[in-house]
Design a protein around this ligand. Structure first.
Ligand code: COA
Length: 204
């Protein structure tokens, strides 16, 4: 199955919100509290605002399978306050809002999107892809481990965020293979954190 990745357009916001709601329902049906507002997950309105900002900044991408949207990822160099050290942030790109349409589960779309983040990191001269995952969702942690990530630490314990399981993978661990073909990092107009020092809650 060929997965193509394209920059998200402003009018993809509705699609991305639909994916978020679809997977939030999927999570709830599995008995997980990930992304539930009761467990301090983002409301869909707040989510839409932060994704809209990411879309405007050119930080969001859509995976397509046979021209159909199958998933999304946002990649930038911002993270929730105090999750990562300044040194860790400086040498990484941060993954947010990785979501694959449940109809495309099991086809490696998520891994393809993570490889895209690695390609972007390489282009930006960053060594690491980092992300925060829902602290209590050990099944999700297992997914990231299978995808080659390592648990760095659980941030806190004073952090109010429910997404404090910090994972990382060095870009050198991704091979330059088909997974990186189609990544178009040259078209990645990301603004650096120092130029845009806005820190928003960006829960996993
Ligand atoms: C994480 C995700 C993007 C991975 O996409 P993918 O690479 O195409 O992988 P799949 O969807 O096939 O999932 C792989 C496995 O991880 C499990 N998994 C993925 N996300 C999970 C989650 N949030 N909670 C529990 N299990 C999860 C799946 O159930 C599946 O398990 P299985 O192999 O036993 O069936 C996708 O599963 C997804 O959208 N999950 C929900 C949203 C999410 O948690 N995003 C990450 C935020 S940090």
């Amino acid at each position: 199955m060929t997965v193509q990745i394209r920059p998200a357009a402003l009018d993809d916001l509705h699609l991305i919100c639909r994916l978020r709601q679809q997977r939030a329902s999927w999570l709830a049906a599995r008995g997980s509290d990930q992304w539930s507002t009761e467990a301090s997950g983002l409301s869909i309105d707040y989510f839409a605002r932060v994704v809209d900002r990411a879309l405007t900044a050119g930080e969001t991408w859509i995976a397509e399978v046979h021209g159909e949207p199958a998933g999304t990822i946002t990649v930038n160099d911002r993270a929730d306050k105090e999750l990562w050290t300044a040194a860790e942030l400086a040498d990484s790109l941060i993954v947010h809002y990785l979501i694959v349409d449940v109809r495309y589960s099991g086809h490696g779309v998520g891994r393809r999107l993570l490889a895209h983040a690695a390609a972007l990191a390489r282009t930006r001269g960053r060594s690491w892809v980092r992300l925060d995952a829902w602290t209590t969702n050990t099944d999700l942690h297992a997914y990231y481990r299978r995808a080659g990530f390592r648990l760095v630490r659980i941030a806190g314990p004073d952090r109010p965020s429910p997404s404090c399981a910090l994972f990382e993978r060095h870009i050198g661990e991704w091979q330059t293979d088909d997974a990186l073909v189609g990544a178009r990092p040259a078209a990645f107009p990301m603004t650096s954190l120092t130029e845009s020092p806005v820190v928003l809650p960006v829960l996993g």
